[in-house]
Design a protein around this ligand. Structure first.
Ligand code: HEC
Ligand code: HEC
Ligand code: HEC
Length: 427
């Protein structure tokens, strides 16, 4: 009887210690010893996307600081950080999680509850401006959100009187924007997030009423109830990249129609679906297609231009060829001949001689795109870049070069040259 008690006691402590060792002590001692391999999508020197196996990189000091704030604020209590291989999960958020992505996460923050969406792939989904608006007051951009306000991550900007992220806020955003980044440019080749069907609604009382309801729920926080771009989010928080568009101006950047023309419904549908990367304008690919189609009709009611000046003829975008080193060097030559470097700089870094003086039609400073970042407002596909310099971006100094090209081949040469500037060379 006595020996049985001793056995039970020893076994009890033994198993307790074993559990502690296996789940706590050993993993701690093996810190960093797990596999670091991840599948990364990269852009090649020819401007194409390809996948290869690479290794995850450790957090920068700023990101690590942001991670500590993420833990301190209890974000993990509502957000998981793990995408499972079950139906629909990848469609909603992105590729399923891989082991190596957690190589530098100690403790890991998988989380078990999803009061908010999973955050494994949130890096690059929204621009920093969107995150700022969302942290200052989530309800301005997502009306029914239960996420808490994080006002202590902000200070008041003296010049504008609006809120800007403080040092802690910036660190948190840096951490969030890095999520999923060890997988590289996966978003640029992820069909759900870049491809859109061009279906459109016709304006009827029903589609307009439905479009208005969608607008008042999703868009009003930035674009305002009058469509003038003066929503509560952009009035409270200082947007650094671009102001929400004033729809009453009838000026739209991303079109397949000629310079100066209003866009087609399919153009608006595409922009709304994929969002405007790097700016506060989020992607809406998760909204039902009907919502997106009808909100297009509603937006058009803010400006009379759509009725008075019907859109010009759609430019044709041929199928892109397979890029070759010859095509890229020809692209470089055309880029120089066409004076793109005046604004975009000789290396495409957005630092050309006139880059500091440019303003848009609304009087705001507008830097020329820095192609080396790999973040394209117009979209990441060769067709998107081609379209952009063929049509120009209305309301900005970016002109249309449609009449400057004698052959579409030169167009493709410049397209792939521009894309090749964001090649992931060092990795
Ligand atoms: C009380 C639960 C809760 C907490 C705590 C919380 N969130 Fe959220 N979060 C949500 C909900 C619900 C949503 C979805 C609605 C929305 O977008 O606001 C969300 C959305 C988000 C999104 C957008 C995700 C997407 O793909 O649209 C981000 C980014 C985010 N939260 C970051 C954070 C960070 C960072 C913290 C900690 C500082 C945090 N959240 C704390 C509930 C929470
Ligand atoms: C968090 C702020 C925010 C929200 C919410 C938002 N937008 Fe935007 N939107 C912007 C900003 C900022 C721009 C300007 C970006 C630029 O010009 O670089 C913009 C631009 C646009 C454009 C102009 C595209 C072009 O071709 O020039 C359209 C159309 C648009 N938004 C539609 C919508 C719709 C529809 C919704 C709701 C479903 C919405 N936006 C919600 C911030 C927002
Ligand atoms: C007068 C100055 C100017 C010249 C010349 C110019 N651009 Fe631009 N370009 C801009 C500005 C400004 C923007 C940014 C617009 C914005 O952010 O809304 C831009 C944006 C772009 C974009 C969109 C990038 C994105 O984010 O999607 C492409 C592509 C582009 N330019 C290509 C070219 C090419 C190719 C040439 C030469 C054939 C050229 N540009 C010449 C000013 C210029």
């Amino acid at each position: 009887m006595k020996s049985a008690r001793i056995i039970a006691l020893v076994a009890g402590f033994g198993f307790l210690f074993l559990a502690l060792a296996v789940q706590g002590i050993f993993p701690y001692m093996m810190k960093g010893a797990g596999p670091k391999a991840v599948t990364r999508t990269v852009r090649t020197d020819l401007g194409e996307l390809t996948e290869f196996r690479s290794v995850a990189r450790p957090y920068t000091t700023l990101e690590a600081q942001g991670r500590a704030i993420y833990i301190r604020e209890g974000c993990w209590y509502c957000h998981s950080m793990y995408l499972r291989p079950v139906a629909g999960e990848d469609r909603r958020w992105g590729p399923v999680a891989e082991f190596g992505e957690y190589a530098y996460d100690l403790p890991h923050l998988f989380g078990t509850r999803r009061i908010g969406p999973d955050l494994t792939r949130v890096g690059g989904k929204y621009g920093d401006d969107w995150h700022a608006a969302h942290y200052f007051d989530p309800r301005t951009v997502v009306p029914d959100s239960v996420m808490p306000r994080l006002t202590w991550l902000f200070t008041k900007d003296a010049a504008s009187g609006k809120q800007v992220l403080n040092a802690e806020g910036k660190a948190l955003v840096a951490f969030i924007q890095n999520m999923g980044m060890s997988r590289g440019k996966w978003r640029d080749s992820f069909p759900y997030q870049i491809l859109t069907a061009g279906a459109s609604s016709i304006q009827t009382t029903e589609t307009l009423a439905h479009g208005k309801a969608v607008y008042l729920r999703r868009c009003v926080g930035c674009h305002g109830d009058k469509g003038d771009g003066k929503g509560s989010a952009s009035s409270l928080v200082l947007f650094g990249v671009a102001q929400p568009r004033d729809f009453t101006s009838g000026v739209f950047k991303f079109r397949t129609t000629p310079s100066g023309s209003v866009p087609l419904d399919s153009d608006l549908f595409r922009t709304i679906s994929i969002g405007i990367r790097g700016s506060a304008m989020p992607p809406w690919f998760n909204l039902p297609e009907e919502d997106r189609r009808d909100v297009v009709q509603y937006i058009k009611t803010f400006s009379r231009d759509f009725e008075e000046f019907p859109p010009g003829p759609q430019i044709e975008i041929p199928r892109p060829p397979k890029p070759t080193p010859d095509l890229i060097s020809r692209g470089r030559k055309v880029f120089e001949e066409m004076q793109c470097k005046e604004c975009h700089g000789a290396e495409g870094k957005g630092d050309g001689p006139s880059s500091n003086t440019l303003k848009d039609d609304f009087g705001n400073r507008i830097p020329p795109a820095n192609f080396t970042t790999g973040v394209f407002k117009s979209g990441p596909r060769p067709e998107d870049v081609f379209r952009t310099f063929m049509t120009g971006l209305n309301g900005t100094p970016m002109p249309s070069f449609k009449d400057a090209f004698t052959s579409p081949d030169d167009g493709w040469a410049i397209t792939f040259y521009v894309l090749s500037l964001s090649a992931d060379r060092s990795k």
